[in-house]
Design a protein around this ligand. Sequence first.
Ligand SMILES: Cc1cc2nc3c(=O)[nH]c(=O)nc-3n(C[C@H](O)[C@H](O)[C@H](O)COP(=O)(O)O)c2cc1C
Length: 334
Amino acid sequence: MKTAITEMFGIAHPIIQGGMHYVGFAELAGAVSNAGGLGIITGLTQRTPELLAKEIARCHDLTDKPFGVNLTFLPTFSAPPYPEYIAAIREGGVKIAETAGRSPEQYMPALKAAGIKVIHKCTSVRHSLKAEQIGCDAVSVDGFECGGHPGEDDMPNMILLPRAAEELKIPFVASGGMADARSLVAALAMGAAGMNMGTRFIATKEAPVHDNVKKAIVAASELDTRLVMRALRNTERVLKNAGVERLLEIEREKGSKLQISDIHDEVAGVYPKVMIDGDMDAGAWSCGMVVGLIHDIPTVKELIDRIMVDAECLIRDRLTGFLGAESKASLKVA
Ligand SMILES: Cc1cc2nc3c(=O)[nH]c(=O)nc-3n(C[C@H](O)[C@H](O)[C@H](O)COP(=O)(O)O)c2cc1C
C-alpha cells in the first residue's frame, strides 16, 4: 500500500509502532521495521544518551530498514538532557523522530539540521496545526481512546481524525484504538495516511515484556481501562489493577487538592515492575481501550501481514461491493 506516510518514511506498510516506555526496545522496533512498518525505540527508557546510542546500534544490527526514536518532552523541572539525546539519534544515523508530550519547537532546528523527519504526537487539532506551523513533517493524531496520555479534550477519533483532515496540510496517521485492518481502512477513510499502534504491539511475540503483560492484555475487555491523574491535568489511560484502584481511591479522597506526591507509590517506578517482573498490580501503566480488540499474541510479522491482507479484502470486497453496478451512473445523475 502506498500513502504519503509510506513515501515519507520509506516503509512498505502505513503502520507505525508508537514509542512505549519499557516496551520500545530494539527487539520490537527491529521486528516492526523488518515486517515493513516503522518501528520506534523509546528514547527516555534508555536512562542516558550513551545507552540510547547503544540501543540504536543494537537496532541497526537487527534491521537494515528505517526505524525511528521517540522523544517524549515531559512536564518536568529536571528535564533530561534532550540535546544529548538528539545527538545520539543524529550520530546513530536515525532519520526519523517521533516527538510527544510538549511541543518540540525548541528542538526543531537541531532535528532539521540533522535531516531528521519529525512526526509529532498530538491529541487536538490546534496542537496538530502548531506542529505543522513549526515544521513537523507529519502528525500522529491521538484520540481519547489511546493508551497513555490522551490530553484533556476527550475527543475520540471518529471526530478528531476528520477534523484533522479538514485542517492539516501535512500527512497524519491515526493513533489510539487502532488494532487491525478495520482500524486501518477506517483511518484511511477519515483522511489519515496510516495508523500508529501502541497497545496492540505489546501483545506480540517479539515485545520484550513479561508474559503476564501480554496475557493481561488478551484477558482484558474494552471496559478495563481507567483514567488517572485528571486533577493534575496529566491524564493517563491505564489498565485497571489493584495499584490503580488504590490510586483512584486517593484521588477520590484528595479531590482537586491532589498532588503528584500523594500518588507517588502508584505511578513512580512502576514500568520495570510491570514490564520486566510481571507484577501486574504494581500501579499505573498505559494501556488503550483497544485491549477489547486484542485476542491473540502473534508475531509482529503475522500481525502486520494479517492487517495488510485483510485491509485489501475489506477495500476490494466489502467496500466496493456496496457500490453495485449502477452506482456510478446514479452518482453522475446526482
Ligand atoms: C505501555 C505504553 C507506554 C507508552 N509510553 C509512551 C511514551 O513513553 N512516549 C509516548 O510518546 N507515548 C507512549 N505511549 C503511547 C503510544 O506511543 C501510542 O501513542 C498509544 O499507545 C496509542 O494508543 P493505543 O494504545 O490505543 O494504540 C505508550 C503507550 C503504552 C500502551
